[in-house]
Design a protein. Structure first.
Length: 85
């Protein structure tokens, strides 16, 4: 099994959505969520999910940059899920 830790945090134009967590936790809430999930069970693969990312677009570019930044900061992310429902 795996855990979907982050979900639909990006708008189609590639900007981050304003959410309860971004307002109350801060811009690093996604990093914190992945760190917290990893601390709860280091053996579980952790994923970020989103939609409209299967082609090259501002959103997919932003997601790529977000994941690359997370990896560079040592944030435990194992993959990206492509929603197509």
């Amino acid at each position: 099994y795996d855990w979907d830790v982050g979900n639909e945090a990006l708008n189609d134009d590639g900007t981050r959505r304003t959410t309860f967590y971004s307002i109350n936790v801060g811009a690093n809430y996604i990093d914190l969520a992945f760190q917290t999930a990893h601390a709860a069970d280091p053996a579980v693969p952790l994923f970020y999910n989103d939609y409209n990312i299967e082609g090259i677009s501002p959103k997919s570019d932003s997601l790529y940059a977000m994941v690359q930044g997370m990896k560079a900061r040592g944030i435990p992310i194992d993959g990206v899920g492509f929603q197509s429902h």
